[in-house]
Design a protein around this ligand. Sequence first.
Ligand SMILES: [Zn+2]
Length: 147
Amino acid sequence: MFPDNQLKETQLAILERLNALNESVDILVGKKRYEWSVPIAQTIMRFMVATKRSVCACCQQNPIVSGSGIKLPLARLDHFYGPSSRAITNTWMVCSPCNVKLRHDQFRVSKEYRFKCFQADMHEWMETNMVSTNDDPRQPNLFGKAA
Ligand SMILES: [Zn+2]
């Protein structure tokens, strides 16, 4: 027989695990999206500013970062390969119109080379500058809800 407080702790641990499992299932079936942690969002912004990238990485036209390094209202972080992974290797910064169009397979496939160029440049910059995201998924999302 377990003492009451040990039983209660076990019940709470089981409930916590069930909630985490439910959240994972919601993400997998598309009911919920992973949001980016502050370190991922900050790393991408640092990369954009350090490499003087001010326009959308997808259309290469719409401004998304100001000359003084401020994220503009059109800027969005996009899960290129879908919302089940919010890893930095699945993320780039694009404009809001591209973020919407990237939900369509044909458009996404046509822009995959730009996504891969963005990733290659960002990871080379991270390696050169010894930047690590130290990603902690419990951190709040800097960019608010993803579109
Ligand atoms: Zn764009």
